[in-house]
Design a protein around this ligand. Structure first.
Ligand code: HQG
Length: 193
């Protein structure tokens, strides 16, 4: 099996995954855990982030941080153009305004979930739960991977074309995840897995 190794840091993927999870925690959900502040668009000052991590006993070098950003399989994080700021591309539970522009989605999108959520979803539609939006994928494969994180996979097809025609707004995050406020049941169709 391929063992991703970062040339700058000599790290194995396990350490990278641990750092990626730590960054997800502080840049999406709980910056206060390490005393970090995000601005209203979710950006943290890169130097502040490294200082706060060090002060919390979780030191990370700039090279290690850059490696996580570059290697993240889903492009979870992004630096500002000058590298002085960093943020998570999506998935926040803290209040941030990502300032994404509305964007036209493909006609069909997909959502992977667990079978145990199906009854609720087919009664209420997809709702955003702890996140800011419902997350949808352009590919069935990605939706499958997202759904399997939760348990036995259930796949839903979303009639995005009809949603757009009916006035629903979509956004595309910097890492290609399609976001919308909610998907009412009428636009959902269950697929075989
Ligand atoms: C379900 C990952 C009951 C929904 C992925 C999902 C994604 C309902 C779960 C990103 C419901 C929420 C987001 C309703 C929705 N009743 N359950 N009415 N409506 N649900 O993790 O979409 O690794 O918040 O189906 O790649 O699974 O974090 O959302 O199963 O892009 O970078 O409630 O997370 O990215 O789970 O995943 P989540 P998600 P990262």
């Amino acid at each position: 099996m391929r063992e991703p190794r970062d040339t700058n840091t000599g790290d194995h993927s396990e350490a990278m995954t641990r750092r990626s999870k730590l960054l997800s925690l502080v840049l999406r959900h709980s910056p206060q855990t390490i005393g970090l502040q995000l601005d209203s668009a979710g950006w943290a000052n890169t130097d502040d982030l490294l200082a706060c991590l060090a002060c919390s006993g979780k030191p990370m070098s700039l090279a290690q941080l850059q490696a996580v950003v570059a290697d993240s399989d889903k492009q979870r994080f992004a630096f500002s153009e000058d590298g002085r700021h960093i943020r998570a591309n999506q998935g926040h539970s803290v209040a941030v305004e990502l300032q994404l522009a509305p964007s036209a989605p493909p006609d069909t999108l997909f959502h992977g979930t667990a079978t145990r959520f199906l009854d609720a979803i087919l009664a209420q539609g997809l709702t955003r739960q702890q996140r800011h939006h419902v997350h949808l994928s352009a590919s069935i494969e990605t939706a499958g991977a997202v759904g399997r994180r939760h348990g036995k996979l259930a796949l839903l097809q979303v009639d995005a074309a009809r949603m757009v025609a009916d006035g629903h707004v979509f956004y595309c995050s910097d890492n290609g995840v399609w976001l919308t406020d909610a998907v009412p049941v009428t636009y959902l169709q269950q697929l075989g897995t």
